[in-house]
Design a protein around this ligand. Structure first.
Ligand code: HPA
Length: 252
């Protein structure tokens, strides 16, 4: 089964034939909302709206541990995390889809690990390559089949939010090597790795980052949702192709 975590602009998968919704309790509290089980072209999919069904949970208040723990309990074969980002690199204009390959984490004060008990041995996970290679490849292949252009690779900078960045912060992130900036990529990716999930991100550039392109003076917030709405059609197309490419129920 394929699991999808939907970000801003993707609170629902409108084409999903909904079979049922399930509330999952976890040792870490409540996930962002119920898990929606459904069907795309005969294939099973489970979907979670990261910010809640009504898009009410801000990035720093998302219970990432509950979300990832609950997802893991469903044993999905792959997890695709859809996320809205700001584009820093000049070619990453609004509407661009990008499958990042690296992360820099600037977040703070979030519950970022499952391994914080003093009752278990100290555990470190390898995070050299933070996204699952196979999941990234499958996303790239689905995008190729769907004839949807996507950029292969880039550095995702995870910021605390909920405010957007200053122009100087974006300049600093660029010097650090960041290509895109978002607020929800961490600790989600690290928690997914801790539980061994095959997790990758499909990022949608919603706007130029602060101080860049059309955001030189101010980020045009009103335009973001139009951009996301348009881009989500392409995201859905890629997911449909993923499902088609991967054939039967057990291999999705
Ligand atoms: N910065 C941080 N997060 C974002 C942005 C941004 O410019 N756009 C969408 N999510």
């Amino acid at each position: 089964m394929l699991a999808i975590i939907g970000g801003s602009g993707m609170a629902q998968l409108s084409y999903l034939e909904i079979a049922h919704r399930q509330i999952i309790r976890t040792p870490y509290g409540e996930p962002s909302g119920p898990f929606t089980f459904g069907n795309v072209n005969g294939q099973d999919i489970v979907f979670l709206a990261r910010h809640g069904l009504g898009h009410t949970i801000p990035p720093h208040q998302i219970n990432y541990r509950a979300n990832v723990w609950a997802l893991h309990s469903l044993k999905p074969k792959f997890v695709v995390a859809v996320a809205a980002v700001g584009g820093i690199r000049s070619d990453l204009k609004p509407g661009t889809l990008i499958i990042p390959s690296q992360i820099i984490d600037y977040t703070y004060g979030r519950d970022f690990t499952f391994f914080d008990s003093t009752e278990q041995p100290v555990t470190h996970v390898d995070f050299t390559y933070p996204y699952c290679t196979v999941t990234r490849e499958k996303l790239l292949e689905a995008a190729r089949q769907a004839e949807e252009p996507v950029i292969d690779g880039g550095v995702y900078a995870a910021m605390q939010g909920p405010r957007l960045e200053t122009a100087a912060e974006i300049n600093r992130i660029e010097r650090d090597g960041g290509d895109i900036v978002g607020m929800t990529g961490m600790p989600e990716a690290a928690l997914a790795r801790e539980l061994g999930l095959n997790y990758a991100t499909l990022a949608v550039v919603a706007n130029y980052a602060a101080g860049r392109g059309t955001s030189i003076e101010t980020i045009p917030l009103k335009e973001i949702y139009t951009v996301l709405e348009e881009a989500m059609v392409r995201v859905r197309n890629i997911i449909e192709y993923w499902v088609q490419c991967n054939g039967n129920k057990t291999s999705t």
